[in-house]
Design a protein around this ligand. Structure first.
Ligand SMILES: [Zn+2]
Ligand SMILES: [Zn+2]
Ligand SMILES: [Zn+2]
Ligand SMILES: [Zn+2]
Length: 237
């Protein structure tokens, strides 16, 4: 990263515009945000390493064989992330992944509208930011429209799968389980961590704001970028 951004510091790792690409397995389009690279198998010299070992070595980088050798900054994805951040009226130089998750912009890929005239693939295509910068469908090279849906927003959101923005979550208090749905995470928090949270079980204020919710969980970094985040179609009547 220092190579392409002289003067970059450790806190720049957490910026939404810092997206890495693995040159060893780039044919499959492996893009990563912080701290996913610390779980990426190509970054471990020992080829025989298994995922249990990876989990064990988390954040304990000095004693592991982790290496950033195969990582480069993804110019195209970082550029798209920057455009998304700016469309949210945020500053690319300071906006973290968490900040962008809280802003949670709605994004349309205009290029992918009406992939086919009939059936499932007709209509306008919408997504959240990780899907927009992810490489699998190359939306990062397409024409994107960001947070610009006055008047239609509610109808578009009605087509979005529930819990779409979160992906695979882990609890910040015990890290143990992976949650596919926010409701499961909330139940887990209520039953296991009420001593920390001091939530009154009779009057919890749900839904929590995104800002509040993200203080209790994080995306499982071992899961591929945008996994569990779906793009969705909206067909105006
Ligand atoms: Zn790789
Ligand atoms: Zn691409
Ligand atoms: Zn597209
Ligand atoms: Zn927990």
């Amino acid at each position: 990263m220092q190579k392409s951004r002289p003067g970059a510091t450790a806190s720049d790792l957490q910026l939404a515009t810092t997206i890495f690409e693995c040159t060893k397995c780039s044919s499959s389009g492996t893009l990563m945000y912080y701290p996913q690279m610390f779980y990426h198998e190509c970054c471990f010299e020992d080829d025989g390493i298994n995922s249990a070992r990876l989990m064990e070595s988390r954040y304990n980088l000095t004693s592991s064989s982790w290496s950033a050798k195969s990582l480069v900054l993804s110019e195209s994805s970082s550029r798209v992330a920057k455009a998304i951040v700016q469309a949210c009226s945020l500053d690319p130089a300071t906006t973290s992944i968490r900040d962008l998750d809280i802003a949670n912009p709605l994004i349309e890929c205009e290029t992918c509208k009406d992939a086919s005239r009939s059936g499932l693939y007709s209509g306008r295509l919408f997504m959240r930011w990780l899907s927009a910068i992810n490489d699998t469908r190359h939306h990062h090279t397409h024409t994107l429209s960001i947070n610009n849906f006055e008047g239609e927003r509610q109808q578009i959101l009605a087509c979005e799968p529930a819990g779409n923005i979160f992906g695979r979550l882990r609890c910040v208090y015990c890290h143990k389980k992976q949650f596919n749905y926010v409701v499961n995470l909330l139940n887990h928090l209520r039953f296991n961590h009420s001593n920390i949270l001091r939530w009154d079980p009779d009057e919890c204020t749900f839904p929590l704001s995104l800002a509040e919710l993200w203080t209790h969980c994080y995306r499982d970094p071992t899961v591929k970028m945008a996994f569990g985040q779906q793009v969705f179609r909206y067909k105006p009547m």
